[in-house]
Design a binder for this molecule. Structure first.
Ligand code: PGA
Length: 265
């Protein structure tokens, strides 16, 4: 964690919760979000967005959708556009989550199209990437990550660091309880930040937040966040439990000690 970057902690609720549960969880997160803490964003499933937006309205906690279609409108049954997410109160959107890549055959080029669509709609995407267990075993981790990031460079060209974030989510660590080690996470984040530096320049690469996701819990959050290139978390399972999620928020905020942090708009 660098003092340049305010920690960002995102809750990916996936296909969980009904409205009453989502409202209660959102209310608890709002009550626990301390001034000077990390930036916090909740990602409920689409039908829950209006109810959660109402809870978050007077707070600093942000709201995002879990996916978007590349087009603004059209004959795409079951899909949701970035423009519709903005209309529902979202400022953020997840793009390229491995569960979308796996369940909906989203390729790197589909993901790039969605990143472009997010910017067109005025949303801030959290762009997800990560290798599978087999790819890591075969020594392909670096090549896979660089290919996934490469596909994003064109949509990211000319963007300010505050307009997006990236999330390294090794597929083998998601929902498995098998968290990546802090040094493994740091290695992947440093690799990606170096590539961003070459492509987008020092200012953007130095200020953009690189999140880690994959079985983040209160017990491992502080160690992960102590790595210099870990700027926050994308939390799945543990974000469904208010107490555990608040503990992760608290451990992310304490990173970087008392160094002053520049707050992003
Ligand atoms: P997990 O999910 O925390 O349950 O591993 C992370 C994610 O998929 O974003």
């Amino acid at each position: 964690m660098s003092p340049l970057r305010r920690p960002l902690v995102a809750a990916n609720w996936k296909m969980h919760l009904v409205r009453s549960e989502a409202e209660l969880l959102a209310r608890t997160v709002v009550a626990g979000a301390a001034a000077g803490g990390p930036e916090v964003v909740l990602f409920p499933s689409f039908p829950l967005l209006p109810a959660v937006a109402a809870v978050l309205a007077a707070s600093e906690v942000g709201l995002g959708g879990q996916d978007l279609h590349a087009e603004a409108a059209g004959a795409h049954t079951g899909d949701v556009s970035g423009e519709q997410l903005v209309d529902a109160g979202c400022a953020w959107v997840l793009v390229g989550h491995s569960e979308r890549r796996r369940d909906h055959a989203e390729t790197n080029s589909v993901v790039a199209g969605k990143a472009t669509a997010a910017f067109r709609a005025g949303l801030r995407p959290i762009l997800c990437f990560g290798e599978t267990a087999a790819e890591r075993r075969q020594g392909e981790m670096e090549a896979v990550l660089l290919r996934q990031v490469e596909a994003l460079l064109s949509p990211l060209a000319g963007r300010r660091a505050q307009e997006f974030a990236l999330a390294y989510e090794p597929v083998w660590a998601i929902g498995t309880g098998d968290t990546a080690r802090p040094d493994e996470v740091q290695e992947a984040h440093a690799l990606v930040r170096r590539r961003l530096q070459q492509a987008l320049g020092d200012a953007v690469a130095g200020e953009v937040r690189l999140l880690y996701g994959g079985s983040v819990k209160p017990e491992n959050a502080a160690d992960l966040a102590a790595e210099p290139d870990v700027d926050g978390f994308l939390v799945g399972g543990a974000s469904l439990d208010a107490e555990r999620f608040l503990a992760i928020m608290a451990r992310s905020a304490s990173l970087g000690g008392s160094a002053p942090r520049r707050r992003h708009p």
